[in-house]
Design a protein around this ligand. Structure first.
Ligand code: S3P
Length: 167
């Protein structure tokens, strides 16, 4: 089957779904955010604070280019903003089957309202920010996806079996 890539908004469950899917499909799992943090030896928040978002976005594209060469049969979860660049969407398609975990803004807010690790949501009104970003991003997520799974109100078992069915 090759690589399976999980995309979607922050907090949609990519990391957890990735782990569970890796057990189920017996494939290794990796995450582009974690890969970038490892290479940079600092957190995403520190990268944003010191070098800005544009620098981070370039690191994401670089990470995808490396994966095209190295990854063959893995589950790969990617940062929520990664599919916004057209070049990244092309690289995602080259890399494997792309699964979009679609969640409602309310679901995301409930999950992330106490989170401090997402620099884009640390402002005054995270609820508004989630809605705005989501509206801006939806089209590109859908464009990047081979498969779309709605996650609201579902447990991980249901999500995993839907992905398996659709892959
Ligand atoms: C981002 C999502 C984060 C991380 C960074 C930016 C985004 O990843 O890459 O904070 O722009 O949506 P998760 O989707 O894993 O939270």
């Amino acid at each position: 089957m090759g690589n399976v890539i999980l995309i979607g908004f922050m907090g949609c469950g990519k990391t957890t779904v990735g782990l569970r899917l890796s057990y189920r499909l017996r494939k290794a799992v990796m995450d582009t955010d974690k890969e970038i943090e490892k290479e940079e030896k600092r957190s995403i928040s520190d990268i944003f604070a010191a070098d800005g978002e544009a620098y981070f976005r370039d690191r994401e594209t670089e990470c995808l280019r490396k994966l095209i060469v190295t990854a063959g049969n893995q589950i790969i979860s990617v940062g929520g903003g990664l599919p916004m660049r057209e070049v990244n969407r092309e690289l995602l398609h080259q890399l494997g089957r792309v699964v979009y975990l679609r969640a409602k803004a309310e679901t995301i807010y409930e999950r992330l309202k106490h989170d401090t690790t997402r620099p884009l949501l640390q402002g005054e009104n995270p609820q508004d920010k989630i809605r705005t970003l989501m509206a801006q991003r939806e089209e590109n997520y859908a464009k990047a996806a081979d498969v779309i799974v709605d996650v609201d109100g579902k447990d991980f078992e249901q999500i995993i079996s839907e992905i398996e069915k659709q892959l």
